[in-house]
Design a protein around this ligand. Sequence first.
Ligand SMILES: Cc1ncc(COP(=O)(O)O)c(C=O)c1O
Length: 451
Amino acid sequence: MAHDHSAPSGTSATDLPNDLEAFWMPFTPNRAFKKDPRIVARAKDMYYFKTDGTQVLDGTAGLWCSNAGHCRAPIVKAIQQQAAELDFAPTFQFAHPKVFELANRLTQMAPEGLDYAFFCNSGSEAVDSAMKMALAYHRQRGEGSRTRFIGRERGYHGVGFGGISVGGIAPNRKFYGSLLPGVDHLPHTYNRQEQAFSSGEPEWGAHLADELQRIVDLHDASNIAGVIVEPMAGSTGVLAPPKGYLKRLREICDRHGILLIFDEVITAFGRLGFATAAERFDVTPDIMTFAKGITSGTVPMGGTLVSREIYETFQTGPDHVIDLFHGYTYSGHPLATAAALATLDLYRDEGMYQNAQAMEPKIAAAAMKLKDHPLIEDIRTIGVVAAFDLKPSAAGPGVFGYDFMVHAFHKENDMVRVTGDTIALSPPLMLESTHIEELFDKVTNTLNSFL
Ligand SMILES: Cc1ncc(COP(=O)(O)O)c(C=O)c1O
């Protein structure tokens, strides 16, 4: 394809007919998008703006990440100042002050016992880091046979090879060969017959945690490194943990010396009304991953919080030898660190987790009004999250969900997240009652347009 690189973009006679072409978009049907794009050019607080200035309600906090709302002045200022003051500093063998301040803030925020913070740049890297730490921890203690991981069906742990191996979403796995060896999966916790139209934790399903004991019996605990679950499964379509389920997982892990990893990439930083899901459900993992809300999505950052016991296990070698052979060039990047500190201040100063708690019953009530809608099969809500299972169309699975998302954006100026035929809503935590009304009006109008 001839392309005239000497001409400014958009003016060349040889320009591609569609200049959206070159970007291979992630997790997107590219051909369909480029024929009928959904583009936002600006954002403020609860809203995006299309290129023509039309206001779009952000029903998804971007991608479950803009928890503080968009382009918030204190975060913008912190990033701008940091870019001018210290653009980059390595954190291998050197460091900068704010990264320590952030680690302290996070470990103070985390449930007791998670005393150390490690940084990376995304949720996928956080999951890889957690899994590598678990493997290395056991080996360091002379239990190198503990190499197996147990994930869960329908789990989403990002897109690294570790994450897709323990993850349980078939299309994310099936194209990518043999993945990591030695992985088993717990059953997912969703049962429509028992749990339909649940707000908060479903009553049914704690016994599903006992499947972990079955898997331990099969392989022997001496071969198992860790269990990884999302406390609330987000990307698969919002599955809150059944009452008592996470406690049972914790008990079984404790009995067998298996590390429990909570993937809190979505749930940390207020999504469920608390700093972490571990706090809400009163279960402390050995390792917790985080990303997204840490900077309110402004600058990429992820990380893990780990127990003192894990950290100290690595502090036994000679003074000049690295204790953990793992890290990223941009671990604890100054811009991300500055953004994270400003974001945590904003969450605190504006009482955003408390606001999330106050909004939870309002979201649940607004969502459940659609219970009897003929195109709805189930609704689930918890924290500032609501999910609708749409009745799949005769055209096949996922068609209605996709059409719903497209219609919501173009006709209702509403950004929603789609997974198959499930629509997930997870607006920024600064929302007020009026935003809930606006959001559910848009969802109802969209639904009705398909009647
Ligand atoms: C629970 C969970 N883990 C990991 C990830 C991956 O995060 P990232 O896309 O930043 O790599 C996600 C992203 O949605 C997630 O929800």
